[in-house]
Design a protein around this ligand. Structure first.
Ligand code: C2O
Ligand code: CU
Length: 556
C-alpha cells in the first residue's frame, strides 16, 4: 500500500454559533476536523502537534492497527496524553477495512469537537460491491454545546441528572436553519438530477443516537463500520455514536430543495430532563432552474420521532453482512472464552463499611459491577514493561450475582459498583463470545452502543429481556451477522457478539455514549502474543508520550 503523511495541529479556535462565540479545541482550525483519504492496505502517519491548553490523544475509530496498539490512542489505555507544546506521530495501518470510519480525540470529553471522517477506498484496481456512484458526500453529525462542556458535565453530576445534553445537533459543523442565527450557514449539498451519490455518514455526537432521513429520497445502506452490508432500502437510518454508514442516494425527485435531517433518538423514558428536541438540518439542493423561494421539504413522514423504539429496532434488525464469495465472513464457532457482562447504571461506594444506595453517592456506570478507573501509567506500557500495580487481570467473566436484570425488582446489591482497573487477558486467537446484558438498575435502562478497539466483531444475537442461556443461542445468526466495531445493547435487552482475538496488544472496550464511558462503562483486553514476530506486539515507537509517574525505564 501507499504511505500518506498528515499534519494535525490541535489548538483552540473561536467559533460563533447560535449568536454566541466560544473557544473550542479543533484540529487545523476546523470543526469537524480534516478528512483522511486512503486505500485499503495503506499506512498513514499523522503528526499531531498539541498547541491546546491540556493533554490530548487521538484514536482511529474502527482501524484495527494490527499488533500496533501504540498508535490506537485511548488515554491511559495505550498511551499517556500528548502534553501541550509536545507532538507525537501516529502510525495508522489500514489492513482490512473498506468504506468509512472516523478519528476522534480519546481524552475525556474532547472528542465533542475534535473528530473527522476517514475515507477508505478499495485497493487500487478493485471496486466496491455496488454500482459506482457518480459522486460522494461526507456527512459528519455532531453536537454543539453552548457553554463549557466540562463545566456543564461537572454541574450535572452534582445535580444527579444524566446531562450534559447538547444545545443542538450539527451537520458538517452547522446547526441548520431551524436554529437561531444559523440560516446563513446552513450546510448545502448540491446534486444533479438523475445521478447517484454515496453518502458517508458518521455519528460523532457524544451522547445520543440519531435518526437521519432525506425528504422524499430513498436511502440504500451498503456499508457500515468499514465493512459491506446487504443493501437495506429504507426511509431513514438509526445510527449510534461511533457508528459509520455508507448510503446510496439517487437524486430522482423533482428539481428543488429538500431537508436532510437528523433527530435525537432516545430510549430513555419521557421523564428524562434536558432532552434535545432540535433537529440538525442541512439542505440537499438540485442544480438547475427552479423557484428557490419556497421552503425546502422536510422529511416529516420519514424521520421517526424521539422515542420511537420500534423504528430504532426495525432498522437495526435489518443489518446483515454481505457474506458472499467475494466478501466471506469468519464467525468463530467453537468458543474458547465466554463472558456474560451486565452493563449498568450504578452508584459508587466510596466507603465500603457504610455502603448505602442513598443519594449522596456518586453516580457511576459499570460492566459486571466494576467501574473502570484510569491508571497513572497506561495499561499498554505497564503490560509491555511488566510494571505491576497499574492494573489487575481479574475482570470477572460473570456478574457477582444473577438476578432479574430487566425487571423493576432488581437486586439491591446490584446498585453498588466497585471501582477498579481490571482487564481481561486472552490468548492469541481465542474465539470469544460475549453476551452483554442491559439492566434496569436505578431506572437507568437505555441502549448502550458498545465499542471494541482493535477488532471487528460479529453480532450473532440480539433480544429483549433477560438472556436465556438455553434457548437464545439456538437462534444465533452464524450465516450473515453484521461485522461492526460498535453496536447497541438494546434497552432492557441483550446483545451477543463473537470475534477472534487475533490482534496482540491492549484494546479498550466501552460504551460509546461519553457520559457512560467517563463514568466507568469500560474495560480492556490484553491479547497475548502468538509466538511469531508477525503475531507479536510490536515494540513502542520512539517519542511515545510519557506518563509523569513512570518508573525508571532502563530495565525491561
Ligand atoms: Cu470511538 Cu474508544 O472510541
Ligand atoms: Cu452506555
Amino acid at each position: 500500500g501507499d504511505v500518506h503523511y498528515y499534519k494535525f495541529v490541535l489548538k483552540e479556535t473561536n467559533v460563533t454559533k447560535l449568536c454566541v462565540s466560544k473557544r473550542i479545541l479543533t484540529v487545523n482550525d476546523s470543526f469537524p476536523g480534516p478528512e483522511i483519504h486512503v486505500h485499503k492496505g495503506d499506512t498513514v502517519y499523522v503528526n499531531v502537534y498539541n498547541y491546546g491548553p491540556y493533554g490530548v490523544t487521538l484514536h482511529w475509530h474502527g482501524v484495527k492497527q494490527p499488533a500496533n496498539p501504540w498508535s490506537d490512542g485511548p488515554e491511559y489505555i495505550t498511551q499517556c496524553p500528548i502534553q501541550p507544546g509536545a507532538n507525537f506521530t501516529y502510525e495508522v495501518i489500514f489492513s482490512d477495512e473498506e468504506g468509512t470510519l472516523w478519528w476522534h480525540a480519546h481524552s475525556d470529553w474532547t472528542r465533542a469537537t475534535v473528530h473527522g471522517a476517514i475515507i477508505i477506498f478499495p485497493k487500487e484496481g478493485t471496486t466496491a460491491p455496488y454500482p459506482e456512484p457518480d459522486g460522494e458526500e461526507v456527512i459528519v453529525l455532531a453536537a454543539w454545546y453552548k457553554g463549557d462542556l466540562m463545566a456543564e458535565l461537572a454541574e450535572d453530576i452534582i445535580a444527579g441528572t444524566d446531562l450534559p445534553h447538547s444545545r443542538g445537533y450539527t451537520t458538517n459543523g452547522e446547526l441548520g436553519d431551524f436554529s437561531n442565527c444559523s440560516s446563513e450557514t446552513t450546510y448545502r449539498w448540491l446534486v444533479d438530477y438523475g445521478k447517484t451519490y454515496l453518502l458517508r455518514i458518521v455519528n460523532a455526537v457524544v451522547n445520543a443516537e440519531l435518526f437521519f432521513a432525506v425528504a422524499e429520497h430513498t436511502l440504500t445502506v451498503v456499508g457500515m463500520d468499514g465493512a459491506y452490508v446487504k443493501p437495506i432500502v429504507t426511509d431513514y437510518i438509526m445510527i449510534s455514536p461511533g457508528q459509520t454508514m455508507d448510503v446510496l442516494l439517487t437524486a430522482d425527485q423533482p428539481l428543488g430543495r429538500y431537508y436532510m435531517a437528523a433527530r435525537e433518538y432516545s430510549t430513555e423514558s419521557a421523564a428524562v430532563t434536558g432532552f434535545d428536541h432540535s433537529n440538525a438540518t442541512a439542505i440537499l439542493q438540485y442544480n438547475g432552474d427552479y423557484n428557490f423561494t419556497s421552503r425546502p421539504i422536510f422529511p416529516h413522514f420519514q424521520l421517526p420521532m424521539y422515542l420511537d423504539m420500534k423504528a430504532g429496532k426495525n432498522f437495526t434488525n435489518r443489518i446483515r453482512s454481505l457474506a458472499n464469495e467475494d466478501y466471506p465472513i469468519n464467525v468463530p464457532e467453537n468458543i474458547t472464552t465466554r463472558m456474560f457482562i451486565t452493563v449498568s447504571m450504578n452508584v459508587l461506594c466510596r466507603n465500603s463499611t457504610s455502603c448505602s444506595t442513598d443519594m449522596g453517592n456518586i453516580l457511576a456506570t459499570s460492566m459486571n459491577n466494576i467501574s473502570w478507573n484510569n491508571p497513572q501509567v497506561d495499561v499498554l506500557e505497564a503490560y509491555y514493561r511488566n510494571l505491576s500495580g497499574y492494573y489487575t487481570t481479574d475482570f470477572p467473566d460473570w456478574p457477582k450475582t444473577m438476578y432479574d436484570f430487566t425487571s423493576d425488582n432488581y437486586d439491591e446489591d446490584a446498585v453498588i459498583t466497585d471501582q477498579g482497573t481490571k482487564v481481561k487477558v486472552l490468548n492469541y486467537y481465542e474465539s470469544v463470545e460475549i453476551v452483554f446484558q442491559g439492566t434496569s438498575v436505578m431506572g437507568g435502562s437505555v441502549n448502550h452502543p458498545m465499542h471494541l478497539h482493535g477488532h471487528s466483531f460479529y453480532v450473532v444475537g440480539i433480544g429483549s429481556g433477560n438472556f436465556n442461556n438455553n434457548t437464545d443461542p439456538l437462534s444465533y445468526n452464524l450465516i450473515d451477522p453484521p461485522k461492526v466495531n460498535t453496536f447497541g445493547v438494546p434497552k432492557n435487552g441483550w446483545l451477543a457478539i463473537r470475534f477472534f482475538a487475533n490482534n496482540p496488544g491492549v484494546w479498550f472496550w466501552h460504551c460509546h455514549l461519553d457520559r457512560h464511558m467517563t463514568w466507568g462503562m469500560d474495560t480492556a483486553f490484553i491479547v497475548r502474543d502468538g509466538g511469531t514476530e508477525e503475531t507479536s506486539l510490536r515494540p513502542p515507537p520512539p517519542n511515545m508520550p510519557r506518563c509523569t509517574d513512570l518508573p525508571d525505564m532502563s530495565i525491561k
